[in-house]
Design a protein around this ligand. Structure first.
Ligand SMILES: Cc1cc2nc3c(=O)[nH]c(=O)nc-3n(C[C@H](O)[C@H](O)[C@H](O)COP(=O)(O)OP(=O)(O)OC[C@H]3O[C@@H](n4cnc5c(N)ncnc54)[C@H](O)[C@@H]3O)c2cc1C
Ligand SMILES: NC(=O)c1ccc[n+]([C@@H]2O[C@H](COP(=O)([O-])OP(=O)(O)OC[C@H]3O[C@@H](n4cnc5c(N)ncnc54)[C@H](O)[C@@H]3O)[C@@H](O)[C@H]2O)c1
Length: 478
């Protein structure tokens, strides 16, 4: 169908991309009584459901559970064998619903959000052209707002040989149907460390190549150190300060050349080297922006210089995390609804209903390695760089009774960051087995700006790992 004859359908709100974030924007908009359509070119549920959070955590859970069990006297002997990799992969397939999205499509249908399958492209203000898989085109006109929620994709460095090396990105690393004997992982960020832990645990011999001084460079340095230690103990070869200069495949073997001229051979190579926005071929030029760029927004997630265009989730580069994108979706959905209803003044002050304030103050993240890393708020280095007067309070997590009971010989480290001007906790990092489940208490304390003096009255149950809070507060008070 030519563009001149393309059918035109009007909605109040059109959402581009049905990942976790787009789904939530659509849900909030329709809950406010706005007619809402969502456009999806691949699978409803997005990267998170099929090639990121869900499959990666399904692969990691047995690896971490086994490592934990091996630290429990009396249980250790029963869990010495290898994992049943076929069963783990089958469980991963169950969690991705075998890469079918009928369940999520059914949910959108049940809440009254209209799904348009195909590639969406902006075509001037408030207009979106959808090209269906059958190459049919139609035009969606948004009376109130368009929300771009198209996410991000893996970015590959420009290395000699890489284009022909059939390298894995996060997509293959989370969906592979076999365990490679040797896996090289390039990149020491979150994807690199998690996938190194998963595949080493599943039986691969992993070589992790990171170019910085340590792993997880955006977190407190002790996090990367403990994760490197854990990976090495699991049998992985972890190398930091390493540059990869070429990646060449010959037959079944891929050879990586390192900066010092040495070679690493593997059966597969995972490039875990960061993300790029999925804004190429999005028609951004038709509304005054550059295709292929991250979209900068205000705290209501509205794109600067427009009164109708929103960018929510990975695509705005505020925090590349599902939970944070879904939070933005709740805020953006409320802002879209308020503006559509003609509310004269939105609540855009910090912590207001229409300001994604937590993006700046309290982004929680758990890295599901062994040990786990759980962090919220700035690191010490970030807080100091921002000119804040802070004190870092450190404590050995293993010194807590609950930790010793959880895992014999528990190794871990905690840091609480206190703002000395407000006497509130502005950040925390916990590294150790089971640390992920400690995080929300810290997120609540940071978000609510609870004074340290009041936290003194928040009594952790004995004997839980949460007693680390008491140790941190005792250390702070002296
Ligand atoms: C390996 C890995 C593990 C991760 N693990 C975690 C984790 O444990 N916890 C966590 O919080 N985060 C995790 N993340 C990050 C998380 O996956 C992202 O933050 C999240 O998926 C972002 O959601 P989104 O909706 O913004 O984008 P996406 O999930 O990328 O969804 C965007 C959707 O838009 C569609 N789309 C794109 N362009 C168009 C177009 N032009 N027309 C129509 N549709 C389009 C895409 O097909 C896709 O379905 C992980 C990431 C990776 C890579
Ligand atoms: N559990 C979780 O919350 C989770 C899990 C996975 C991913 N994610 C999110 O997904 C996003 C993407 O993760 P990621 O690990 O791909 O990106 P990242 O930016 O966290 O890490 C990429 C790493 O690759 C390195 N790198 C870049 N180019 C390189 C090169 N040419 N050679 C060697 N190293 C190179 C960088 O220095 C960096 O350390 C993150 O922002 C993260 O928040 C979250």
């Amino acid at each position: 169908m030519g563009q001149g004859h393309a059918a035109t359908i009007e909605y109040d709100v059109v959402v581009l991309g049905a990942g976790p974030v787009g789904e939530n924007v659509a849900d909030r908009a329709r809950a406010a009584g706005l007619s809402t359509a969502i456009v999806e070119s691949e699978l409803i549920g997005g990267e998170c459901s099929y090639w990121a959070c869900m499959p990666s955590k399904a692969l990691l859970r047995p690896v971490i559970a086994r490592a934990d069990a091996r630290r429990v006297p009396g249980l250790r002997q029963s869990v010495q064998g290898p994992l049943d990799a076929a069963a783990v992969l089958a469980h991963r397939d169950y969690y991705t619903n075998h890469w079918k999205d009928d369940g999520q499509a059914g949910w959108l249908d049940s809440i009254g959000v209209r799904v348009h399958r195909g590639h969406g492209r902006l075509d001037g203000p408030k207009r979106v052209t959808v090209t269906s898989p059958e190459r049919e085109r139609h035009v969606l006109v948004a009376r109130k707002a368009v929300a771009v929620c198209t996410g991000s994709r893996a970015v590959l460095p420009d290395l000699p040989g890489l284009a022909g090396a059939r390298a894995w990105t996060s997509r293959e690393a989370t969906s592979a149907d076999h365990v490679p004997e040797r896996l090289a992982v390039v990149g020491g960020g979150v994807v690199g460390t998690e996938m190194a832990a998963a595949w080493q645990g599943l039986g691969s011999r992993v070589t992790l190549l990171a170019r910085g001084d340590g792993l997880l460079p955006r977190m407190e340095p002790f996090a990367g150190e403990l994760v490197a230690e854990g990976l090495r103990e699991a049998g992985a070869d972890v190398r930091t300060g390493t540059d990869v200069t070429s990646v060449v495949r010959r037959g079944d073997t891929v050879t990586l050349t390192l900066g010092d001229g040495s070679l690493v051979e593997a059966d597969e190579v995972l490039m875990a080297t960061g993300r790029a926005p999925r804004t190429d071929d999005l028609g951004l030029e038709s509304v005054g922006f550059e295709d292929g760029s991250w979209l900068t927004t205000d705290d209501s997630c509205r794109v600067a210089g427009t009164d109708w265009l929103y960018a929510v989730g990975d695509v705005n580069h505020r925090a590349l995390l599902t939970h944070q994108g879904k939070y933005q979706a709740r805020i953006a959905g409320a802002a879209i609804a308020a503006r559509a209803a003609g509310v004269p003044l939105l609540e855009t002050d910090p912590w207001g209903a229409h300001a994604a304030t937590a993006d700046h103050r309290a982004v929680p993240q758990v890295v599901f390695t062994d040990p786990e890393v759980a962090a919220v708020g700035p690191t010490l280095a970030e807080a100091e760089a921002a000119g804040r007067r802070v004190r870092a309070v450190d404590h050995d997590m293993g010194a807590v009774a609950g930790a010793g009971l959880y895992a014999h010989g528990y190794r871990g480290q905690a840091r609480m960051l206190v703002d000395l001007d407000t006497e509130t906790v502005i950040g925390a990092t916990f590294v150790g087995p089971g640390a992920g489940e400690l995080l929300h208490a810290a997120t609540v304390a940071v978000t609510a700006e609870v004074p340290v003096e009041r936290l003194w009255h928040a009594v952790p149950a004995y004997p839980t790992i949460s007693e680390i809070w008491l140790r941190l507060l005792e250390t702070y008070r002296g």
